[in-house]
Design a protein around this ligand. Structure first.
Ligand code: GLC
Length: 625
């Protein structure tokens, strides 16, 4: 037993284990308790946690303590994230160091490196088909380089997020190769069937993620004599999370990454981790039990690490990823706010904020425990119109018709549409048409002919950035969006990419444009300046701390989306005008909703009323204090 001056590593481990044991063991017991190897598994897990803790570098243990003292570090208004492909942004891991000043100039202190672990050769779904979780993609560098980059980022006050794909591995992963050779132990790591009876039964209720290039959810391998569960692409084999050994292996991987200085793991495609006959096999209750247990493992052996959960699902299905009910405060620290993103695009097309207001106020609580959103407008993936028929009906819209309209609008075909995008995974059976395209192209910059149209497109981009900077959460900027990068058709000439229109918005970083970011005659520079200003104002506005409640209000002007941030020490009311017209908001309504100072924290200037009405410019935003 140590005294206070010399707390031993073992004591520290025990304290941390005691703290999180109630979050961990009941979950594992419920998931795996009846498994014949449960006792051995539990012993191996403890051993793995202990050895990860033992191997954890001293500077990270210090960071663990710091974050014990400041558990809200990721919720603060200072936070702003940037997401990029390593090769497309910086060439290699080592190249990232040179780019830190650029990121700092923009106001970024969190970076998400898109998949960096060793992918299968050839098409790897942008790196999401991993064949070795213990190695970095050799084109980018080594595990030692990852550690060095994390050190550099930490030195500059920035944190590091990387992907951990846990629903599937590449079929070239060592486990999969052994399974393919007939090793029963490893066959149990995956979901493999001798006949098509089970696959057919499951297919009755499954949906297709990539219906165009990877139809169905199973792949038959005559040479192996098995049907393998492959939700995404043929080369991505779903892991069998009902096998405790899979939990153990992935926990080790996760803690090893944490010990290389990773602050945030982005847990990819988590909704699909548990299968149940007769369901869509998405967001089953066991998924949340697994995710809570993984989180507890991090809290024990790498407490500085937090979890970002990627579940691109409808509004009601998404919230549990941030911990609801018995998982409250114990699951993801972060999850993507897919609905906010979808509603932004919907409101922009219709120039009407009522559906957005309905969805945000009906399905999302004002408070989250120990968690917040990753807010974003664009990312590396497509946009799926996750708007339910019920929500559409509440606004007297037809769900299918509204979704079809949004696809037409953002593909660019709808008369009067300002957008230019590409279709992704058109599903003839369901009528679904998802959309690819860069923020700027979807917002009208690519089609803009006149200086006024250019300005209007830039206003739409600013509106989106002002929204995600204020809603509550960490705003994530997707590489190139700060410079209003347009769609790039170049992917069509690349055999590995041509089938996947998401590459239209994944071009190489335009460093020439970045260099020219002070030349305000360029739209890219004006976009950069606008975003830089928004992030600076966010930092200067502590009321935007994500722990403060977010309340969505119905604004008397129906084109305006209104959000209150209820900070006890001075909240604010943010207004976003989605129309191309001036909107006039009654002063009485503003006063009734807490506006007293008549100061716009976004522009950092006072506002004045005329005829007791506030006039909000077309596509304008204000954060009123
Ligand atoms: C996630 C990724 C996406 C990928 C999929 C399968 O949704 O964001 O790019 O295709 O997982 O790994």
């Amino acid at each position: 037993m140590s005294n206070l001056n010399t707390i031993s590593d073992e004591t520290m481990f025990d304290l941390r284990h005691d703290r999180s044991a109630p979050d961990l063991w009941p979950m594992l017991q419920a998931l795996y308790g009846s498994h014949p190897n449960y006792a051995a598994f539990a012993k191996s897990l403890i051993k793995a946690l202990k050895s990860a803790w033992k191997a954890r570098p001293a500077e990270l243990k210090l960071l663990d303590l710091k974050r014990d003292f400041e558990p809200d570090w990721f919720q603060r208004a200072q936070m702003a994230g940037y997401v990029f492909y390593i090769d497309r942004f910086a060439g290699t891991l080592n190249g990232i160091t040179d780019k830190i000043p650029y990121l700092q100039d923009l106001g970024i202190n969190y970076v998400h490196l898109m998949p960096c672990l060793k992918p299968r050769p050839g098409d790897s779904d942008g790196g999401y088909s991993v064949m070795d979780y213990g190695a970095i993609n050799p084109r980018f560098g080594t595990m030692a380089d990852l550690k060095a980059v994390s050190g550099e980022l930490h030195h500059h006050g920035m944190s590091l997020c990387i992907d951990l794909v846990l629903n599937h591995t590449a079929k070239e992963h060592a486990w999969a190769k052994k399974a393919a050779k007939g090793d029963a132990q490893y066959q149990d790591y995956y979901l493999m069937f001798d006949t098509d009876a089970h696959p057919n039964a499951y297919e009755q209720s499954l949906v297709e993620v990539f219906p165009n290039n990877a139809p169905g959810n199973f792949t038959h391998y005559p040479d192996i004599g098995k049907w393998v569960w492959t939700t995404f692409n043929e080369h991505q084999w779903d892991l069998n999370w009902a096998n405790p050994q899979v939990f153990l292996e992935i926990t080790k991987v996760m803690l090893n990454l944490a010990n290389h200085g990773v602050d945030v793991v982005r847990l990819d495609a988590v909704a699909f981790m548990w299968k149940r006959l007769g369901t869509r096999c998405q967001s089953e209750p066991e998924v949340h039990m697994i995710l809570q247990a993984l989180r507890a493992c991090s809290r024990i052996a790498a407490p500085a690490l937090i979890h970002l959960e990627e579940a691109i699902v409808g509004p009601q299905e998404m919230l549990p990823y941030l911990g609801r009910g018995k998982h409250d405060g114990k699951e993801g620290n972060l999850a993507y706010h897919n609905s906010l993103m979808v509603q932004f695009w919907s409101a922009l097309a219709t120039r009407d904020a009522r559906l957005m207001t309905h969805v945000m106020s009906t399905h999302f609580p004002e408070n989250l425990t120990n968690a917040t959103y990753a807010t974003y407008i664009r990312c590396h993936d497509d946009i799926g119109w996750a708007i339910t028929d019920e929500d559409a009906a509440a606004l007297h819209l037809s769900g299918p018709a509204h979704r079809a309209y949004l696809s037409e609008f953002y593909h660019g075909g709808f008369p009067g549409s300002f957008a230019k995008g590409a279709l992704f995974q058109v599903n003839a059976e369901t009528g679904d048409k998802r959309i690819s395209g860069s923020f700027a192209s979807l917002a009208g910059l690519e089609k803009a002919q006149t200086e006024t149209e250019v300005e209007t497109a830039l206003k739409r981009i600013n509106l989106g950035h002002a929204l995600i900077a204020c809603f509550g959460g960490i705003p994530l900027i997707y590489m190139g969006d700060e410079l209003a990068t347009l769609n790039d058709d170049g992917y069509l000439n690349q055999p590995d990419h041509a089938h996947d229109s998401r590459w239209i918005h994944r071009p190489m970083m335009d460093w020439q444009e970045a260099e020219a970011r002070h030349d305000q005659s360029r739209p890219g520079a004006r976009c950069f300046t606008g975003l830089k200003h928004i992030l600076a104002r966010r930092r200067a506005t502590p009321g935007l701390h994500a722990a403060h409640p977010t309340r969505v209000l119905g604004c008397p002007a129906t084109a305006v989306f209104a959000v209150q941030r209820l900070a006890p020490t001075g909240g604010l009311l943010a207004l976003f005008n989605f129309s191309d017209e001036w909107q006039h908001i009654p002063g009485a309504w503003l006063r009734a909703n807490g506006v007293t100072a008549w100061h716009d924290a976004l522009a950092d200037q006072s506002v004045s009323l005329h005829d007791d009405r506030l006039s909000l410019a077309p596509l304008g935003a204000v954060w009123l204090q």
